[in-house]
Design a binder for this molecule. Structure first.
Ligand code: ASP
Ligand code: MG
Length: 424
């Protein structure tokens, strides 16, 4: 017997038939004798609709801010999950399963006060554990929490993944199964490279890099939590027949296991290729090469909430002038240029140049910690295809390369095959 948290995303609960199908997945685990808690998203499209309603409401007359009250935003957008948790509880009851819905505040899932993008601080798991022990299935509304002001909070878009992992940690589950519309995590985006393979396992650190680079299977925050609390997390499909052979396998269900690297015995050097579109490059030319220049540039950008990613600084020949190049999301270029312009005297540069529509392609793998030549292989392969590299950054487990947008797909395929990822 095991304790399992099962999370179902928006497409998995998109209508009543799919909710009934989800109930069959839950029944399979209950019938096998496991203790089960379920976390659900809102029906797909529902949260967008709710957010749209909020945005179309009139603003408070005379208010000096143009945004709506974030506490009321939360009260509204959290309702999608309330509906699906109740519907799934009913579907389970109709199958003879003892089930009960739970809203975030009823558990409670305590968060900080950042309404709209709250962080979980604490989960009171005892009552759910007690009821699971009595054979009751808890159907928890994802995405929701309770703020210190005793009001509903939400965890940011995609937050029900984080709800699931946090609950799995709180009830000390053996496994957290994230059911979604894909059947696992792939070596790269299969829409770009049809030879992409589904990974059996991926380490937390690698998944964190994949997720933050736009492999949108899981909310990044949920992967961080899974890593900190070592929650073994399976990404698997809710669209497979719930009773197909192997679906109830306790140790190796179909899908991708995100786990501690120690659990991965046959570690490849490279695990996957990820990419992030819509990057822009900004270069400051002929800066004074003196202490404090970087702080003068990146301090004001950070204060303006501009997310700077790759940073490349040249060493000046005679120690007087240097160039600084960095990347930001394309949508932030104008804001960044404005901030740099306002601080021109303090920073002391000659000209600023920028280019949008770039793509960052990344090679990810824990195995590269102990292997030399991984970067050289990438550079050689890209050179053979005539792809020009504009900037490079590396970490222990990642090499990121900035290139022109139109080369993105070719670069992804080239890197995928140069490490043999297309061969099983
Ligand atoms: N329903 C919320 C959203 O669409 C949370 C989630 O689905 O994870 O962002
Ligand atoms: Mg999601």
């Amino acid at each position: 017997m095991a304790r399992i948290v099962m999370k179902f995303g928006g497409t998995s609960v998109a209508d009543l038939d799919r909710i009934k199908n989800v109930a069959r997945h839950v029944k399979r685990e209950v019938d096998a004798g496991h203790e089960v808690a379920v976390v659900v998203s809102a029906m797909s499209g529902k949260t967008n609709e709710l957010v749209g309603w909020v945005q179309n409401m009139p603003k408070v007359a005379g208010a000096n801010h143009s945004i709506y009250d974030a506490r009321e935003y939360d009260a509204i957008v959290a309702s999608g999950e309330q509906v699906t948790s109740g519907l799934l509880a009913i579907a389970l009851q109709a199958m003879g399963i003892n089930a009960r819905s739970w809203q975030g505040w009823q558990i409670p899932i305590r968060t900080d006060s950042a309404h709209g993008a709250a962080r979980i601080l604490e989960i009171e798991g005892t009552e759910i554990i007690r009821r699971m022990g009595e054979g009751q299935v808890a159907v928890v509304a994802g995405f929701q929490g309770l703020g210190p002001d005793n009001r509903l909070s939400t965890l940011g878009r995609g937050g029900s993944d984080t709800s699931a992992v946090a609950i799995a940690a709180a009830v000390k589950a053996d496994r957290c199964d994230i059911y979604t519309d894909v059947d696992g995590v792939y070596t790269t985006d299969p829409r770009i490279e049809p030879k992409a393979r589904r990974l059996k396992k991926i380490a937390f650190e690698e998944m964190l890099e994949m997720a933050s680079l736009g492999a949108k299977v899981l909310q990044v925050r949920s992967v961080e939590l899974a890593m900190v609390f070592k929650v073994r997390t399976f990404v698997r499909s809710s669209f497979e027949d719930p009773d197909a052979p192997g679906m109830g396998d306790l140790l190796n269900p179909p899908g991708t296991l995100i786990c501690d690297e120690e659990e991965i015995v046959e570690q490849e050097v490279v695990t996957g290729i990820a990419y992030a579109k819509d990057e822009a490059q900004i270069s400051l030319r002929r800066l004074a090469d003196r202490p404090g220049v970087s702080a003068a540039i990146f301090g004001p950008l950070a204060e303006s909430h501009i997310n700077v990613d790759m940073i490349v600084q040249n060493i000046s020949e005679d120690g007087s002038k240097t160039d600084m190049t960095f990347t930001v999301p394309s949508g932030d270029v104008e804001k960044a240029l404005r901030v740099l312009g306002e601080n021109k005297d303090k920073i002391g540069y000659d000209v600023v140049q920028n280019e949008s529509g770039l793509v960052k392609v990344s090679v990810i793998g824990i195995g590269m910690r102990s292997h030399a030549g991984v970067a050289a292989t990438a550079f050689q392969a890209l050179a053979e295809k005539g792809i020009n590299i504009k900037a490079i950054t590396t970490s222990e487990i990642k090499i990121s390369i900035l290139i022109d947008g139109p080369y993105a797909e070719l670069a992804v395929r080239t890197l995928h095959s140069c490490y043999g990822l297309d061969k099983s």
